[in-house]
Design a protein around this ligand. Sequence first.
Ligand SMILES: NC(=O)c1ccc[n+]([C@@H]2O[C@H](COP(=O)([O-])OP(=O)(O)OC[C@H]3O[C@@H](n4cnc5c(N)ncnc54)[C@H](OP(=O)(O)O)[C@@H]3O)[C@@H](O)[C@H]2O)c1
Length: 221
Amino acid sequence: MRIAVFGATGRTGRPLVEQALGRGHEVVAFARDPADLPDGVRDDDALTVVDGDAYAGDGVAAAVAGGGTGAVPVDAVVSVLGQTDAGPDDLLTVAGRNVLDAMADHGVERYVTLVGAGVREPGESVSLGGKVMGSLLKLLAGEVLADAAAHVEDVRSSDTRWTVVRAPRLTDGAHTGEFRHGTALELGLRDTAARADVAQFLLDCLADDRYVGELPKVTDR
Ligand SMILES: NC(=O)c1ccc[n+]([C@@H]2O[C@H](COP(=O)([O-])OP(=O)(O)OC[C@H]3O[C@@H](n4cnc5c(N)ncnc54)[C@H](OP(=O)(O)O)[C@@H]3O)[C@@H](O)[C@H]2O)c1
């Protein structure tokens, strides 16, 4: 499969790119600064790098189109974009629209994106710990939560075959391959997810065409 990765230089994006290449996929890595991609992957023949800015929209269409002259559009897009300290509060919403528009233009249908577990489905059952965490998040990172929720609304109303993966607090723990996932998982205050395992789960969703039109959660075992 040929996969465009937005957020390829991030803490989830880097293991995601490494694992995707390790699983035999071709990867179009979108990066503001390609030098921030993991050292081991830059010379990989299966890697194409497209530089640009997903918020401004520069380079987004080129990445979805497969990068380079004569390339064919990718089969799928994964977004692990994340707000940075100095960056805009509406990154996921605006960049997400740029990506979804480019997908529509190039006939690319499969989209997998990562947001925090604080994004809820209407009527979803939430544990007490989850409710406390949700209130804390609204208080401490209300803009991040609102941005992710707006992105998810856009994704839901797109014509893509989408999966929204939701994760609790991310850690840089080792890739174990051992994690839980499901649409009805109730997460508490102490739940975490190792970014490398989240990366695996995002790729599993693509490879097995799982959770299409759903918002699964993923957490450490
Ligand atoms: N932190 C948590 O506990 C937690 C929990 C659940 C979900 N999440 C969500 O999971 C996602 C990934 O998290 P993470 O920790 O892996 O993120 P991260 O390490 O901060 O990486 C963010 C990525 O987004 C890229 N990016 C930001 N603005 C961009 C732009 N305008 N154009 C192109 N790329 C841009 C960054 O590029 P540069 O390298 O150039 O900066 C980087 O590659 C985020 O949306 C986050 O909100 C986080």
